[in-house]
Design a protein around this ligand. Structure first.
Ligand code: PLP
Length: 341
């Protein structure tokens, strides 16, 4: 109860509007499936989402299309990862029941104008869900201000334990339980809750306001300093995504002429952990679908690295990375078959 109160307070929600889950993926699944099951009375109910969502949304939408007869519009983004508002407005149909658009992209950090997007959906009488897994803890997120109907968050992005998340469900919004079987979480999710992790999530949410005030500016400064130096010292490198509308901890950089995986491995040997594409899909050698959706070539997407900064990082870490990365990239380019013009 105490943790639920802390989560609710941090989000500006009522206590009864917070449902605990096992992770962000479950929150996303429950939002889409729960609303679909409740509202899809006719065949062909329509959902609007984007081409750059996390796989928790993308794969659930694909499942709904294939197995449940849903129609889904995947809205494209431009080369900076931004949505076209006119296209968004035109994508609503008579059978549209739900919009699901992420608050911040997990690979580029690019922010979406959730308040505005939600307002447009509501004008059309359509419910709005946002996957705020990458936004909570990095920018202020208040459900009343945004007016969203459902919002997903995940513990491990905000220094809570892994394996816990939450779904905000606005009072009165009909959302079916996906995990059936018990009366926990007001009957919205069967199964015994992971109490210890939930307590951890409560503590993490309680600390967010202080983090946003004290730590986010420091992390953002480290990221910006890192980026501007890298762009100066590594030729043929550029930032992926809208550099002016991003969360402060993410930097996605394309080092043309190298293979991202080789950069990841070389830096790992030197004690620097980065990811190519999305960390959630590491192990996959396909270039990032987010970067491809932004119009990068396969070569550029495959040569892109995501750097994430957190409160464990120091100025020394950044100095070390700035010394190491240019050398690693230069060396890998020597062996690369790709000729840079
Ligand atoms: N949504 C976004 C935007 C994410 O970045 C992630 C994880 O990285 C998820 C959903 C899934 O969250 P979890 O790892 O808690 O399942």
């Amino acid at each position: 109860n105490d943790a639920r109160k802390k989560v609710a307070e941090c989000l500006g929600a009522a206590i009864s509007e917070v449902m605990f889950t096992s992770c962000g993926t479950e929150s996303d699944n429950n939002a889409l499936l729960g609303i679909f099951d409740q509202l899809s009375i006719q065949k062909g109910s329509h959902i609007i989402t984007t081409t750059v969502e996390h796989s928790a949304i993308r794969k659930t939408c694909q499942y709904l299309e294939k197995m449940r007869g849903a129609q889904v519009s995947y809205l494209p983004v431009d080369h900076l990862g931004r949505l076209d508002m006119d296209q968004y407005k035109k994508s609503f149909r008579k059978k549209t029941i739900l919009v699901s658009i992420m608050a911040a992209n997990n690979e580029t950090g690019v922010l979406f104008p959730i308040k505005e997007l939600c307002h447009i959906a509501h004008e059309k009488g359509v419910l709005f869900h946002t996957d705020a897994v990458q936004a909570v803890g990095k920018i202020p997120v208040n459900v009343q201000d945004l007016d969203v109907d459902l919002l997903s968050l995940s513990g491990h992005k905000i220094y809570a334990p892994k394996g816990v998340g939450a779904l905000y469900i606005k009072k009165g919004i009909p959302c079916q339980a996906v995990i059936k079987g018990g009366t926990q979480e007001k009957g919205r999710r069967g199964g015994t809750e992971n109490l210890a992790s939930i307590v951890g999530l409560g503590v993490a949410m309680e600390r967010i306001q202080k983090c946003l005030k004290d730590e986010t500016p420091i992390i953002t400064k480290l990221r910006d300093e890192f980026e501007s130096n890298i762009l100066k010292t590594v030729p043929n490198s550029h930032i992926n995504g809208d550099a002016h509308h991003r969360v402060g901890n993410t930097s996605n950089i394309c080092f043309r002429g190298v293979e991202g995986e080789s950069v990841v491995l070389s830096l790992d040997l030197k004690g620097i952990s980065v990811s190519s594409g999305s960390a959630c899909s590491s192990g996959s050698i396909e270039p990032s679908s987010v970067l491809l959706a932004m119009g990068l070539t396969r070569e550029e997407a495959g040569a892109s690295i995501r750097f994430s900064f957190g409160k464990g990082n120091s100025q020394e870490d950044v100095c070390e990375a700035l010394k190491t990365i240019p050398k690693v990239v230069e060396k890998l380019r020597e062996y690369s078959p790709i000729q840079l013009s």
